[in-house]
Design a protein around this ligand. Structure first.
Ligand code: FAD
Length: 651
């Protein structure tokens, strides 16, 4: 078993400011959520002296909302973060108590690895990992403000962040790079019924007003407002499971991490989920409580793809909606009712849940609530997640308008890599949307911005047949190793896999069978009548009904040594024709991504062929490459040609 042992600690040693060995770091990360922990770990792995400052060290790695990781699109992000030696995949394998691959009816390129998590185990794993990373110091404290150097008079509008100041602490701490990952805490307000109070999450104060003020007023950043919410937690023993449908997990849990052959939770130890549905009574309670529900009356945009029960009922009246009853942990007495996020007064919440048959005598442990918070419009960031007009300031996670742990973790890791690059005086690095979902995520954010909380979907990736969860290690681990954020042991493992797959594919390519011998040796494979030519092993594997194991049993001397990779080889074979077709398009995009657009272009003085609308968009977003410009909404192919000509000429 390759699962990493975790030190079972219940809280990180919070180091008091006076015990810090230094007042100057390469990288400071503000916030110990999903973005902050990946950012701090990645920066330290890159060789940067890193300080992670967070309000409460015991909440490091806390799952603010649903106790689950992965899913369709999100599972791809977890695997990519893992391929770059991030934490969340291994934490998921350690803390998972119910594993399933979603979307199995579709092709493996869009399968969604997902796990239900034990909250406490997840936190413990993340905290244990952070403690074991050298060059990383963790400090409990609240960051009050950023230290900002005076703008350079030669560069109007430009600033430089040089460190942070902490609440109730006189001495500032300096750094070359600061990463803000403050989640839902920036000017955060909590809502239950008609009560509103300041907060980033229940039990936690919002970020200081000084931080918001500096971002908006001193640095002049455009900031918007978004909202989200969470359901009440339900006492498990008060649920009538006989009235809900049992949904068992996968029989064999699939680990998230490429470094794990299996998960901590054994197949038979997994905890099931249950499915139930809303009734007309639920709709009635929503309607009756609307005037008592401040959160729902606001115009602020919430997450479209995990809406509150109030939004679902108002948008689709008369429908019955799914409610998943999910475990919160192996020893937890609570259930998480996914689909019942709500912000009405607590007594109405109780009335509502009791309108669902399986919950007719349910008790609420803690009520649902909503949160509204500021986010920074992400088009103001470069693809390194650095604020374009403020050197040394990086942003990652929910602060950039995304929703979800996986989206936060992916950005955090990449911001950590780039913050370290800046501190160590190496050039910034970006990930292309042709090579990763992380690249798609960042490109979407910095090129298109957000109008509602952004979550990942497989449909956002143009090259999803190449960007699969099964091959994230081949796509990203070598690059991560070259950059310095991947350990030698992970790199060696990825290289072993790569070599074995190459050898196996060469063996499959070399194996040729005539149609007649196919029919004789592989009678279950319906080779098409018209095919008279010989078929290679790779081509044969493209037949749905043929597994690698079956082929290897017919040709054991050639193929049996690759049985460890059966599933990966089958997937490689199935997608080979699509990937070959995509190759040219990928090369074109990669070429455009190498064509940099100077950040000081005066778009209003470019040739007349560029429309006024295109000029305004380009001036506002200031894309860093021609590739990024082509993906901006409102940029026509004609505008791209004008820009292309300009770049060629400028070079
Ligand atoms: P967080 O995980 O929120 O971490 C932020 C960290 O920053 C915290 O540790 C905080 O203490 C720290 N911090 C903040 N300010 C300071 C400061 N000034 N100094 C020091 N430390 C600071 N996601 C979904 O996908 N679906 C949902 O339905 C959903 N519902 C949610 C409901 C609620 C009520 C909340 C609070 C969140 C919800 N989320 C949901 C969002 C999910 O929790 C986030 O997407 C994810 O946690 C974002 O990670 P992050 O690292 O950006 O921020």
């Amino acid at each position: 078993m390759k699962l990493q042992p975790v030190r079972m600690i219940h809280s990180l040693v919070s180091r008091c400011i006076s015990h810090l060995s230094r007042q100057c770091y390469d990288v400071i990360v503000v916030g110990g959520g999903h973005a902050g922990t990946e950012a701090a770990a990645a920066a330290a792995r890159m060789g940067a002296e890193t300080l992670l400052v967070t309000q409460k060290t015991h909440t490091i790695g806390a799952l603010s909302c649903n106790p689950s990781l992965g899913g369709v699109g999100k599972g791809h992000l977890v695997r990519e973060v893992d391929a770059l030696d991030g934490l969340c995949g291994r934490a998921g394998d350690w803390a998972g108590i119910n594993f399933s691959i979603l979307n199995r009816r579709k092709g493996p390129a869009v399968w969604g690895p997902r796990a239900q998590l034990d909250r406490q185990r997840y936190r413990e794993f993340i905290q244990g990992e952070l403690q074991s990373i050298s060059r990383l110091t963790v400090l409990e404290g609240s960051v009050e403000d950023l230290l900002v150097a005076e703008p350079n008079p030669d560069e109007p509008g430009s600033h430089r962040v040089t460190g942070i100041s902490l609440e109730n602490v006189l001495n500032p701490i300096t750094a070359s790079s600061v990463i803000l990952t403050t989640g839902t805490f920036l000017s955060g307000s909590l809502f239950v019924g008609q009560t509103t109070s300041p907060g980033g999450r229940i039990g936690d104060a919002p970020s200081s007003a000084g931080l918001s003020h500096t971002l908006k007023e001193r640095l002049g950043l455009r900031v918007g407002r978004l909202r989200t919410g969470t359901p009440p937690r339900i006492v498990k023993e008060s649920v009538d499971f006989a009235l809900a449908e049992l949904h068992p997990p996968d029989r064999h849990p699939t680990p998230f991490s490429f470094m794990n052959t299996h998960t901590r939770c054994k197949a038979e130890e997994q905890v099931p989920c249950y499915l139930t549905y809303t009734t007309p009574g639920v709709e009635r309670v929503v309607q009756e409580s609307l005037h008592l529900n401040c959160h729902i009356q606001q115009d602020t945009k919430g997450p479209r793809y995990c809406p509150s029960i109030e939004s679902r009922v108002l948008r689709f009246p008369g429908r019955s909606h799914q409610v998943w009853l999910e475990p919160e942990g192996v020893t937890s007495d609570l259930l998480y009712p996914q689909g019942l996020s709500m912000t009405m007064p607590p007594e109405m919440q109780l009335r509502l849940i009791r309108e669902i048959p399986a919950l007719h005598r349910a008790e609420i442990h803690s009520p649902g609530y909503g949160v509204q918070y500021d986010y920074v419009c992400p088009t103001q960031l470069s693809s390194a997640l650095q604020v374009k007009t403020t050197q040394g300031l990086f942003l990652a996670g929910q602060i950039n308008g995304t929703t979800g742990y996986e989206e936060a973790a992916a950005q955090g890791l990449w911001a950590g890599v780039n913050a370290a690059c800046r501190a160590l005086s190496t050039p910034p690095v970006s990930l292309s949307r042709t090579e990763s979902y992380i690249g798609v995520l960042i490109d979407d954010l910095v090129s298109r911005g957000v109008t509602e909380p952004y979550r990942m979907f497989t449909s956002r990736a143009e090259f999803r047949t190449s960007l699969r969860p099964d091959n994230a290690d081949l796509r990203l681990t070598p690059k991560g190793y070259e950059l310095g954020c991947v350990s030698p042991s992970r790199y060696r493992e990825a290289m072993r896999v790569q070599r074995s797959l190459q050898d196996a594919m060469a063996a499959l390519q070399a194996l040729t069978l005539s149609t007649a011998s196919c029919r004789e040796k592989l009678p279950d494979v319906r080779v098409s009548e018209s095919k008279n030519a010989a078929l290679t092993g790779m081509e044969l594997l493209q037949y749905k009904e043929l597994s690698f194991e079956t082929l290897a049993s017919v040709f054991p001397e050639r193929l049996s040594s690759y049985l460890e990779f059966s599933q990966r080889l089958k997937i490689e074979a199935v997608y080979k024709p699509h990937c070959d077709i995509n190759k040219k398009e990928i090369e074109r995009i990669q070429k455009e991504e190498k064509m940099f657009l100077p950040q000081d272009i005066d778009y209003f003085s470019l040739p007349a062929s560029l429309s006024q609308e295109a000029r305004e968009i380009l001036d506002r977003v200031r894309p860093t490459t021609l590739g990024a410009a082509t993906r901006l909404e409102g940029i026509t192919p004609a505008a791209v040609v004008s820009l292309y000509n300009y770049v060629q000429f400028a070079e």
